[in-house]
Design a protein around this ligand. Structure first.
Ligand code: SF4
Ligand code: SF4
Ligand code: SF4
Length: 436
């Protein structure tokens, strides 16, 4: 099997196809701290793309309540358990190697879904007979797809948690009340599990933007992609006998909406543009021939992922190099966050609770324009306050707040938005036509 470089793991890994990269990559950052779980994003996607017969259970965008919820149920707990069985005690990071661009989170010493498959097949042959042989995965049962946000807003372990699903899934010791919303769409991975497992080569990654699509003409509905996607974001449609998945709203990325973008610039996808909590930032990152991200510190996504390291990939240990990044929730125990986002979690929470001036400015630009913000700039303003903030390690730090101005530019480098850190307050005159 060829070897490819996965920068999120800090090492080479096995993958069924050799390196091949798009010129630029669709990528996004979700700020978990701000999500209110309103599901507007979920409904925006469903009412646009998956409202037809056979798509009833297709939630290409879903928001689940962690730690107990998941769609399909227990998708992550099940795969983590499979990886652990395949490599007992070995799914660990070497964080001593953290620091340079090649190994920003350290080196993952465990096995990815592409590397663990043979061990798992040997051990679990009876249970997982359908494993394709290329990727470690499983096919969820129909029951597991039956509710997109089970245990919604549930902080404590529900009494009947295991009754219905026969003991599989999440199980945590009693803990203090905490939960968070995890927003999920297809990660348009650099090394997609779905693409690796498809025996028909029906899945491809677009060279112009890295969007991963399923060719409906070639697909024969073998569901190997459903089995192999570690995030369970490829879904089978019984009425057409093909699999379907998030298409990153590619007509919007191509600037082909004549009403919204007569000038042809890319706009945000439906789920991003509809986000009420303003938690989502979407963009493109420039990719070099060897797959590394070209230096671009004024690009919001590049800045948050590579410079500030405030946004982290979801389960990087699975090995697909997902292009969705998350600012982790600051109130959740660190062990849980490290399992979910890798060893960069502590630094990411710190960089969020006590942000730099540039980061605080950029946070104002989340979801303020339909057009994709390709570049941002900070104009420094006066200091307006300071406060003590608690870091994840318990130490205190002083956060200085400046009323800086932040400007966003579209892909044609035209200004689309300008905001200040402090929201201006306007007092209406006493006499006003709407006064009562
Ligand atoms: S998230 Fe899943 S469906 Fe999407 S590209 Fe990655 S492996 Fe494929
Ligand atoms: S990017 Fe578009 S297709 Fe994908 S989940 Fe969001 S709305 Fe749905
Ligand atoms: S629309 Fe935004 S705030 Fe509401 S659930 Fe979706 S991601 Fe969260």
């Amino acid at each position: 099997m060829p070897k490819v470089y996965n920068w999120q793991l800090g090492r080479e890994m096995l993958y069924p196809y050799p390196e091949s990269h798009p010129k630029r990559q669709f990528a996004f950052v979700f700020n978990i701290n701000r999500c209110i779980g309103c599901q507007t994003c979920t409904m925006a996607c469903k009412s646009t793309w998956t409202f037809s017969r056979g798509q009833e259970y297709m939630w290409w965008n879903n928001v689940e309540t962690k730690p107990y919820g998941g769609y399909p149920h227990f998708w992550d707990a099940k795969l983590l358990a499979m990886l652990e069985r395949a490599n007992p005690g070995g799914q660990a990071w070497n964080i001593g190697a953290q620091g340079n661009a090649q190994t920003p989170y350290g080196i993952f010493d465990g096995k990815t879904i592409f590397e663990a498959v043979s061990e798992e097949q040997n051990q679990e042959a009876e249970t997982f007979q359908e494993t394709s042989g290329r990727v470690l995965g499983y096919l969820p049962s129909d029951d597991e797809w039956d509710a997109p946000n089970i245990y919604e807003d549930t902080a404590r372990r529900p009494e009947n948690l295991h009754r219905r699903w026969g003991g599989e899934g999440a199980s945590l010791p009693a803990h203090q009340s905490w939960f968070f919303h995890l927003q999920r769409i297809c990660n348009h991975c650099t090394y997609p599990g779905c693409l690796a497992a498809c025996p028909r080569q029906a899945i491809y990654k677009r060279p112009e933007d890295g969007v991963v699509l399923i060719d409906q003409e070639r697909c024969r509905g073998y569901r190997k992609c459903v089995e192999a996607c570690p995030y369970k974001k490829s879904m089978y449609r019984g009425t057409t006998r093909t699999s379907e998945k998030c298409i990153a709203c590619y007509p919007r990325l191509e600037g082909k909406d004549s009403f919204l973008t007569p000038d042809g610039v890319p706009i945000e996808t439906r789920c991003m543009a509809a986000c009420v909590g303003k938690i989502r930032m979407q963009g493109f990152v420039k990719i070099a021939k060897d797959g590394t991200w070209e230096k671009d510190p004024d690009n919001p996504i590049y800045y948050m992922v590579k410079e500030e390291k405030v946004a982290l990939p979801l389960y990087p240990q699975f090995g697909t190099e997902p292009n969705g990044y998350y600012i982790p929730p600051r109130w959740v125990p660190m062990d849980y966050l490290i399992q979910m986002f890798g060893p960069g979690a502590e630094h990411a929470v710190e960089a969020y609770v006590c942000p730099s001036r540039r980061m605080l400015g950029l946070l104002q630009l989340f979801r303020v324009a339909q057009k994709i913000i390709a570049r941002f700039k900070l104009i420094e303003g006066k200091k307006v306050g300071e406060s003590e903030v608690a870091l994840p390690n318990g130490k205190k730090k002083t956060l200085e707040i400046f009323n800086d101005t932040v400007v966003g530019y579209d892909t044609k480098d035209r200004q689309v938005v300008q905001l200040t850190v402090e929201e201006p307050v306007f007092e209406r005159p006493k006499e006003h036509y709407n006064s009562i």
